[in-house]
Design a protein around this ligand. Structure first.
Ligand code: ATP
Ligand code: MG
Length: 261
């Protein structure tokens, strides 16, 4: 039942549950409150995708859509040096690895789509092995127009991102911030009234502001959903949606080496 091609996260239990890592060709969503570690995880994935194949990387380039200007190349190199010193301490390698990550900062979804249209043809030739959108909700909320036309545009953009993943057969990782701890009863109640289908499909992993931002169909567009949360001082990464695995949670920490189990 495993899908073809994965980017290993090096988080052991998670990779096993995911049949090898973040799958190629589909959307993987990271959901969690501010400061929980979504961007830290994206930085680690970027390193793993750009590292040489003989070190377990994908030896590719990364397109990193940095919507809120939260990408820090200094932090990227710090994680690289501490996690993979044998590679990153070689002369010039840190710069080379960082240089494989193309940072884009579109100010709207339409600007983003336009730049991806331009890149689309060269996605394969350029050896792009990972697309990150940090964050999807922030990108959508940058759009000026709202209401029905926005919902329509949103549907189109989501289909476009999905088709990019399928066409280029690379992992596409998107983040979304939730305002409060997920699973809060009162929030879930008001949300339930809005969308019974998503609740049924995916209980206690979605909140109303995300649905408001991303539309009702969003939850169905992603194949893998990883929920990052903190409970009694411990952070967990939970596999909340997967076609192959039951819901599993793994404790993690963020250290100078980035996200570790
Ligand atoms: P947001 O939704 O606001 O973008 P996020 O989920 O992306 O939040 P991150 O920026 O990935 O959050 O994580 C920030 C957290 O990472 C910090 O609160 C801190 O705990 C941890 N962190 C960042 N740098 C280091 C470091 N050098 N050493 C240890 N922990 C760090
Ligand atoms: Mg972030």
């Amino acid at each position: 039942e495993c899908m073809a091609g994965h980017l290993p996260t090096r988080l052991k239990g998670l990779d096993e549950a995911l049949c090898g890592g973040i799958p190629f060709g589909v959307l993987t969503e990271l959901v969690g409150p501010a400061g929980i570690g979504k961007t830290q995880f994206c930085l680690k994935l970027s390193l793993l995708a750009s590292m040489p194949a003989n070190c377990g990387g994908l030896d590719g380039r990364v397109i990193y859509i940095d919507v809120e200007s939260k990408f820090r190349s200094k932090r990227l190199i710090e994680i690289g040096i501490n996690s993979f010193p044998e590679i990153f301490l070689k002369k010039g390698m840190a710069q080379e690895m960082a240089g494989r990550i193309l940072i884009l900062r579109p100010t709207s979804l339409s600007e983003f789509a336009e730049s991806l249209h331009q890149i689309k043809v060269s996605l394969l030739q350029q050896q792009v092995k990972l697309l990150i959108i940090d964050s999807m909700a922030a990108l959508v909320l940058g759009e000026r127009d709202c209401g029905a036309s926005r919902q329509q545009a949103l549907g189109w953009h989501v289909s476009f991102i999905k088709s990019l993943a399928e066409f280029s057969r690379i992992p596409v990782v998107l983040t979304n911030q939730v305002r409060s701890q997920i699973g809060d009863e009162s929030r879930m109640y008001s949300f339930q009234a809005q969308s019974r289908s998503i609740i049924k499909d995916n209980p206690a992993t979605y909140d109303s502001h995300l649905v408001a931002a991303l539309g009702i169909n969003w939850a169905h567009a992603v194949t893998i959903r990883l929920v990052l949360e903190a409970r009694s001082g411990q952070r967990f990464i939970k596999l909340a949606k997967s076609p192959i695995s039951p819901a599993l949670a793994f404790p993690f920490k963020i250290t100078s080496s980035g996200m570790v189990l």
